[in-house]
Write a protein that binds this ligand. Structure first.
Ligand SMILES: O=C(O)c1ccccc1NCC(=O)[C@H](O)[C@H](O)COP(=O)(O)O
Length: 195
């Protein structure tokens, strides 16, 4: 099970995720987020991340030139777009980065996903800690995909069983307060994905 821990802002949180075996760590560059980090600070944190761990910059509704500039400045290897960005944004990002297309379960349709980027299926408001309505995803995607939205150490195992995703993505569920990661919850979450 691929595990991504998103919205990291401190060395303690990065170390907890890496040491517990996270496959990817995420840094939010979307204005207005409680988890917003500037590229220079993210770059310092990225120096703690070993090569085996994927590093992801998260964006929402920003001009693609700005996305690419921030991604380059921070040093992340993957761009995750959350704002219903057009296909040409993904094509531009894919020229230099791996890509993840984040879409709410309510808006997902198999036929609407034609791109090569990986899929992340989320609640309607990303990073809100809300789960999506299972009725919005009656049939899981046929391609590899990450499940997100309201995952926590105490519910992730059951949700993996229910949806059978290729991976999971967590943010609020490993925080002690909005934007404040709790290393113990990060460790508990990752352990719960790998019984
Ligand atoms: O986390 C945010 O504040 C955020 C803001 C704008 C766009 C995306 C954002 N987060 C993206 C993520 O990858 C979250 O980890 C994912 O949506 C799951 O969130 P949560 O329900 O809090 O676990």
């Amino acid at each position: 099970m691929f595990v991504k821990v998103c919205g990291l802002r401190t060395p303690e949180a990065v170390d907890a995720a890496v040491e517990a075996g996270a496959d990817a760590v995420g840094f939010v560059f979307a204005p207005g987020s409680v988890r917003l980090i500037d590229p220079a600070s993210a770059s310092v944190l990225l120096a703690r991340v070993p090569e085996r761990v994927e590093t992801v910059g998260v964006f929402r509704g920003q001009p693609i030139d700005e996305v690419v500039r921030l991604a380059r400045a921070s040093g992340v290897g993957t761009i995750q777009l959350h704002g219903d960005e057009p296909d040409d944004h993904f094509a531009r990002a894919a020229a230099g980065f791996r890509t993840i297309r984040a879409i709410s379960a309510a808006r997902f349709t198999e036929s609407g996903h034609a791109g090569q980027e990986r899929l992340l299926i989320d609640a309607t408001v990303p990073g809100s800690g809300a789960t999506f309505d299972p009725a919005d995803l009656p049939v899981p995607p046929s391609v590899d995909w990450l499940l997100a939205g309201g995952l926590r150490p105490d519910n992730v195992a059951a949700l993996i069983d229910a949806f059978e995703p290729s991976g999971v993505d967590v943010s609020s569920g490993v925080e002690s307060a909005p934007g404040v990661k709790d290393p113990a919850l990060i460790r508990a979450f990752i352990a719960a994905t790998r019984p």
